[in-house]
Design a protein around this ligand. Structure first.
Ligand code: SAM
Length: 231
């Protein structure tokens, strides 16, 4: 993967960034996403935010090698602190991290959000707590994608703050739009997870230490939802 050829996962993220956006890519690593979008003429400006020094330098290098220093600003910052009011950001991508980490980045950086931005999120697991945060903060899920690459499943969640929305516990768990669409890849993902959850529950039953009752109940509830879904 590089700034010319994105992975399928980042290619699908790219497809969900609105044309002409001013993008903040948080946790940009090498900066491949904003650089690829800018090279294709699909965005007008970008901020690449990185908290860690090595990827921050890598992003600077990618931007410099492509002669895009005027259009893409690389900042070393924690989460949304990379965004400054004068950037006029209209879309924010946070990709390739756990859902809980993305939720924490959004929660701790709330003051940097105008509420007008489109969020394009690609969590690696932890989708449920991330959807919970979106709902609790007035974001509606406009689009969801699920894809498989190199034997891993990846979700993309696109959300905008367009008013209060109420999702059920099952919708938060499976994804409200994915639950509706029930695509073959969605069914395959949950078939695999059902087997894993059943194994987890069985091993908890044999565990020597006492496992909190709520944890066992939660897993049993999830297995019930999955069984119903796949029936
Ligand atoms: N977004 C790229 C992608 O999807 O391919 C890179 C994903 S990489 C696995 C995660 C990156 O997020 C790392 O470079 C890490 O340093 C950065 N990161 C983690 N927490 C961060 C935070 N709070 N603020 C900014 N960057 C962060």
């Amino acid at each position: 993967m590089n700034e010319h050829t994105l992975s399928l996962r980042l290619e699908r993220v790219a497809a969900n960034v609105p044309a002409g956006a001013r993008l903040a890519d948080i946790g940009s690593d090498h900066g491949y996403l904003p650089v690829a979008l800018m090279r294709r003429g699909l965005i007008t400006a970008a901020v690449a935010g990185e908290v860690a020094t090595t990827p921050f330098h890598a992003a600077q290098r990618t931007v410099r090698d492509n002669g895009l220093e005027q259009q893409i600003t690389v900042r070393q910052a924690d989460g949304l602190a990379a965004i400054e009011p004068h950037d006029g950001i209209t879309a924010i991508s946070v990709c390739g991290m756990g859902g809980e980490t993305i939720r924490d980045i959004l929660e701790s950086g709330k003051r940097h959000l105008s509420g007008q931005e489109r969020l394009v999120l690609q969590p690696n697991g932890g989708e449920q707590p991330l959807r919970q945060w979106l709902m609790d903060n007035g974001y509606s899920i406009l689009h969801e994608e699920l894809l498989r690459e190199n034997r891993f499943y990846y979700e993309i969640i696109v959300a905008e703050r367009i008013g209060p929305v109420a999702y059920t516990a099952e919708q938060l768990y499976f994804g409200p739009l994915q639950l509706q669409a029930r695509s073959p890849v969605f069914i395959a993902k949950w078939q695999r997870l059902l087997l894993q959850k059943r194994k987890t529950l069985a091993s908890l039953a044999h565990a020597r230490q006492t496992v909190p009752e709520e944890k066992v109940e939660e897993i049993a509830r999830q297995i019930g939802w999955m069984t119903q879904l796949l029936a």
